[in-house]
Design a protein around this ligand. Structure first.
Ligand code: UD1
Length: 319
């Protein structure tokens, strides 16, 4: 691969992608991050092999020179979290919509070959049937879901109107090493692991019978690499999930077993904007991108737990 750019490359998913691109032999890897939710520590082992730029994705003028001569831009930068987008909608609106527009526009102006855009399964909302397929009409239930969906529409419009190839990948609840558990807006599994390692009960919002298609981060990295290469993917949307779903009660049950603890969770009121069930139909991604996820939930959770238990990880990530 030629020069590649990863926006949000100091984040949990972005930094895994940076390491994946280096493993694949990417020539030059440019990492862009404003360090709002990302951490430079995520790039510690690869710092000598990348170029890091503390740039905000809304700053199109700053993006343009960094995008010149790039073959691929992996746009991961975003303010995540459904509840965060409800409690404080302006920042996520600005970064997730205006920042995404700026990335696409700068990529088009710079002559980038293809952009791979991190979309979200939240765009589906509550569908009557499971699994969720790309042909279903989206029903966003939160500002975050809507913002990510607007990015998809822009992806398709940039492909049609401006000749910029953009592929959108709807991530389904990604988890894994380096997912930061420090905020109430963090991914639920990182919060569960932190609770288990500290011997505390986790909080489960609602009855815990809501389900998610938890997707291990290395499977998402592999999906991105496939999406960059697939010949006819431009302008299209693909699910990035496993096709399985696990309830939160089951997830906590498994984690207790793996961590060797026995702690009853605390149940709280259901969360606003929450989707009840989420499960991907992965067939389109398999057929058109040649992507098949490798990690079962248990394997991914084991690896994630092992990473958090590791002395270095624990020191940096758990207070
Ligand atoms: C949503 C998207 C996901 C996206 C993410 C970005 C869906 C189905 N998924 O994730 O693709 O990547 O936003 O932030 O919309 N919960 C608890 N206790 C906690 C924290 C969370 O019970 O301490 C519950 C939530 O209420 C929810 C589930 O766990 O039911 C998952 O929450 P979270 O990890 O925040 O992700 P989603 O909002 O599902």
């Amino acid at each position: 691969m030629t020069k590649v750019v990863v926006t949000g490359g100091a984040g949990f998913i972005g930094s895994a992608l940076v390491r994946g691109l280096l493993r694949e032999g990417a020539g030059r890897v440019i990492v862009i991050d404003n360090l709002l939710t990302g951490f430079l520590e995520n790039l510690d082992e690869v710092r000598a092999q990348i170029e890091f730029h503390q740039v905000d994705v809304r700053d199109q003028a700053a993006l343009l020179p960094l995008f010149r001569d790039a073959g691929y831009v992996f746009h991961q930068a975003a303010i995540p979290s459904v509840p965060r987008s409800i409690h404080d909608p302006e920042p996520s609106h600005d970064i997730n919509i205006n920042g995404t527009f700026a990335v696409f526009r700068a990529a088009q102006r710079a002559g980038v070959r293809r952009v791979i855009y991190a979309a979200s399964s939240s765009a589906y909302g509550d569908t009557e049937t499971l699994p969720k397929t790309e042909t279903m009409t989206p029903h966003p239930r939160s500002p975050y879901a809507l913002q990510k969906l607007v990015g998809e529409y822009y992806a398709s419009v940039f492909t049609r109107c401006f000749g910029l190839e953009v592929v959108a990948l709807r991530y389904f609840n990604v988890y894994g090493p380096r997912q930061h558990p420090s905020s109430p807006y963090s991914g639920v599994l990182s919060l569960f692991i932190k609770a288990a390692l500290e011997g505390r009960p986790p909080t489960i919002y609602g009855d815990g019978e809501q389900s998610r298609d938890f997707t291990f981060v290395e499977d998402v990295v592999a999906l991105n690499l496939k999406a960059a290469r697939a010949p006819d993917a431009a302008g299209k949307v693909y699910n990035g999930g496993n096709g399985c779903r696990i309830t939160l009660n089951e997830a906590w049950g498994l984690l207790q077993r793996l961590a060797g603890v026995s702690i009853a969770p605390v149940y709280g009121p259901p969360r606003e904007g929450d989707v009840r069930h989420s499960q991907a139909d992965p067939t389109l991604a398999e057929r058109e991108l040649g992507h098949r996820p490798c990690y079962s939930f248990e394997e991914g959770l084991r690896e994630t737990l092992a990473w958090f238990r590791d002395a270095a990880g624990r020191a940096a990530w758990l207070p």
